[in-house]
Design a protein around this ligand. Structure first.
Ligand code: COA
Length: 257
């Protein structure tokens, strides 16, 4: 298990915490693997009624580790990130997220596959895929336009515009925006613990029904996005954007066609 993950268990709830504060909880391959494993085990464990995903009270995650993107770009269905997102996509029990501070890239994308999402009002959510020479991932190109309408989704996905926790709640990406990180975690935990009181099969049957419409179409979109994302990661545009981030400079796309 990655040293950057913390697992806590209490009365029916498993809390999975991304814990790499010096890198704003940037997700490494080891973290994805660990999170996939935890989810797969929790799905089989009848004492777990719900999972809470958090990065703590000040930062959710800055997304995929950019150095990893450059040095070992994920490709295909065996990649650690795909294994994690697949485990989340297939997870049969409720997943609750508590989001404070930055939630960048996959940090926002993964929320679209959670069941309940609580955010701090001033959390900053962002999917800067185009800005990094990449493309949307894990179904966001299908889910977001349907949820928000094309125009608003285009600001988020084509411009990579950031938005606040307050906006996420107003737009239906999150259930509720709370005043700070501690209140957000407390609210998410309180709601996640409610599943302990509910009949477990009725909950999982109902989740399956809610997720069923359009699921095959979504699977296909996830596959198509994944193939393109893998190609784009190796493109001159992405290499320039990712290198620029590591070198703390603005990217220069002027010489690219
Ligand atoms: N991958 C690797 N390292 C990252 C990272 C990432 N995704 N995000 C942040 N870090 C590192 C920074 O390089 C810095 O490391 P250093 O102290 O060794 O120089 C440290 O984490 C702190 O980041 P910093 O940018 O100084 O913090 P901030 O509070 O000013 O900004 C963010 C926080 C999350 C807004 C900003 O770091 C950011 O935009 N990160 C990149 C997000 C991104 O593009 N992710 C990929 C999406 S596909």
């Amino acid at each position: 298990m990655s040293e950057h993950l913390q697992i806590e268990r209490e009365t029916g709830l498993l809390t999975l915490r991304m814990n790499r504060p010096d890198k704003k909880n940037a997700l490494t391959r080891a973290m994805y693997s660990g999170m996939a494993e935890v989810l797969k085990q929790a799905d089989q464990d009848s004492s777990v009624r719900a999972v809470l995903i958090t990065g703590g009270a000040t930062c959710f995650t800055s997304g995929n580790d950019v150095a990893d993107f450059i040095q070992a770009p994920p490709s295909g269905l065996n990649s650690e990130v795909f294994q994690f997102m697949q485990a989340l996509f297939e997870f049969s029990k409720p997943v609750v997220a508590a989001v404070s501070g930055p939630a960048v890239g996959i940090g926002t994308t993964l929320l679209l596959h959670c069941d309940l999402v609580y955010v701090s009002r001033d959390a900053t959510l962002k999917m800067p895929f185009v800005n990094l020479g990449l493309c949307p991932e894990y179904g966001s190109s299908l889910i977001l336009p349907r949820l928000l309408g094309h125009a608003r989704a285009a600001e988020l996905l084509l411009l990579g515009q950031s938005f606040s926790g307050e906006q996420a709640a107003a737009w239906g990406i999150a259930n509720q925006a709370l005043e700070n990180g501690a209140a957000t975690l407390a609210r998410a935990r309180e709601m996640a613990l409610r599943f302990q009181q509910l009949p477990p099969s009725a909950v999982t049957d109902s989740k399956r029904l809610m997720r069923a419409p359009g699921r095959e179409e979504l699977r296909q979109v996830i596959e198509d996005e994944g193939a393109l994302f893998g190609q784009r990661l190796r493109s001159p545009e992405a290499i320039e954007a990712l290198t620029a981030f590591m070198q703390r400079r603005a990217p220069d796309f002027s010489r690219l066609a």
